[in-house]
Design a protein around this ligand. Structure first.
Ligand SMILES: *Cc1c(COP(=O)(O)O)cnc(C)c1O
Length: 371
């Protein structure tokens, strides 16, 4: 999709909710916290029945996210709840599913601890070689691109073609880019999932996730899963994410632009090794990234001499918050080995926030000088 069309979507998103308003109704969606709805007689006549089935505040958020995704969208109380919905609504005993070996660790843990005992076979492949061997025999193929935390990239169009010829469902975790930065459904994926805990809500103050698909059969299953498993978002949290989503476009643009500048700074610095940022022309993922991503994201990974050096860099920079997660207003960093990711001791994942670009660059440079 061209940038002009993305801009049109970002603008439409801001006005979508207002289109159906009647005179006197609030321009901002309301937080509806009712568990029950007025329900005389036949429930088929009511727009809302029970709080586990539907909620007007979720619907406002789903409407806005749906504009961005260009597909029907369902919200879940976290990114993992959204990925769990994809797994449990599609995988059956005897099926094989394929996951990234180097993606978000909880995705593998969920599949290995809960799907394997139900009779599902779970295989993994590194993101950079994900297409090798094809997808024959897989019911579900789930990829993450760029992968978190290594920032390797998988060719979405080729993956979609392979999934189609193998009859596999292709699900893409688009958390690191959001639908503004990468459009898996337009590359042919069946499902896009996103942890809205990150850039979409953007303020590190709530958890949320969503699933988007143009396939009615899959959407039906996801809705059933949510209704019967009860993995539902709280109305207040949905409202917070709606509020964050309204500024996603400006926040994400600043974050990605600063990340581009910081990545160049790091790549040229003698104390920094193995910088990965898909926007660097020298990055092994750059050619595919440039074809399928609209921008190059807000995350950078790199390696310092050893674990203590990495800790000193993080602690020594007043504009880097030592914390997990990414996509928030504050730049933050962590050593991913502390979660068991298979990365070197000195490997740092840096998530760029909203600090003014030059100010952040100077702070990062001075923390590196002190190493
Ligand atoms: C954070 C993250 C998740 C999980 O999201 P939660 O909202 O924490 O449940 C899934 N995938 C990726 C790529 C993530 O970064």
């Amino acid at each position: 999709m061209a940038q002009g069309n993305i801009d049109a979507l970002a603008a439409k998103l801001l006005h979508h909710y207002g289109l159906k308003l009647l005179p006197g109704q609030s321009v901002v969606p309301e937080i509806v916290s009712s568990a029950v709805f007025h329900l005389p007689g036949d429930p088929a006549n009511a727009s809302h029945v029970y709080g586990r089935y539907h909620n007007p505040t979720w619907e406002a958020l789903e409407g806005a996210l749906g504009v961005l995704e260009g597909a029907e969208t369902l919200v879940f109380p976290s990114g993992m709840a959204a990925i769990g919905a994809v797994f449990f609504a599609t995988a059956r005993a005897g099926d094989r599913i394929l996951l990234p070996a180097d993606g978000y660790f909880a995705v593998r843990a969920l599949a290995e601890r809960f799907l394997v005992p139900l009779g599902v076979t779970v295989d993994t492949r590194p993101t950079a070689k994900f297409l090798d061997g094809g997808f024959a025999g897989y019911r579900l193929v789930h990829i993450e691109t760029p992968s978190n935390p290594g920032l390797d990239v998988c060719d979405l169009r080729a993956a979609a073609a392979q999934a189609k010829s193998a009859g596999a469902i292709l699900s893409v975790d688009n958390t690191t880019m959001t639908a503004l930065g990468q459009r898996p459904l337009e590359h042919g994926a069946d499902v896009a999932v996103c942890s809205d805990t990150k850039a979409v809500s953007g303020h590190s103050d709530t958890l949320m996730g969503h699933v988007a698909t143009r396939r009615a059969d899959l959407m039906e299953r996801f809705k059933e899963w949510r209704k019967f498993s009860g993995t539902i978002a709280g109305p207040f949290e949905a409202w917070l994410v709606y509020r964050g989503l309204e500024t996603l476009e400006v926040r994400f643009a600043r974050m990605c632009e600063t990340a581009r500048v910081v990545a160049q700074l790091l790549a040229a610095h003698p104390k920094v090794k193995a910088v990965r940022y898909p926007g660097l022309a020298s990055d092994p993922a750059h050619a595919i990234a440039a074809r399928q991503m609209l921008t190059f994201g807000s995350m950078i990974s790199f390696t310092l001499a050893d674990g203590p050096a990495a800790e000193r860099f993080i602690d020594g920079c007043p504009l880097v918050q030592p914390s997990t997660s990414f996509g928030g207003v504050r730049t933050c960093a962590e050593r991913r080995i502390r979660w068991g990711d298979s990365v070197p001791e000195g490997f740092v994942r840096l998530s760029i926030g909203l600090e003014p670009t030059d100010t952040l660059c100077r702070a990062i440079e001075s923390s590196l000088e002190k190493l």
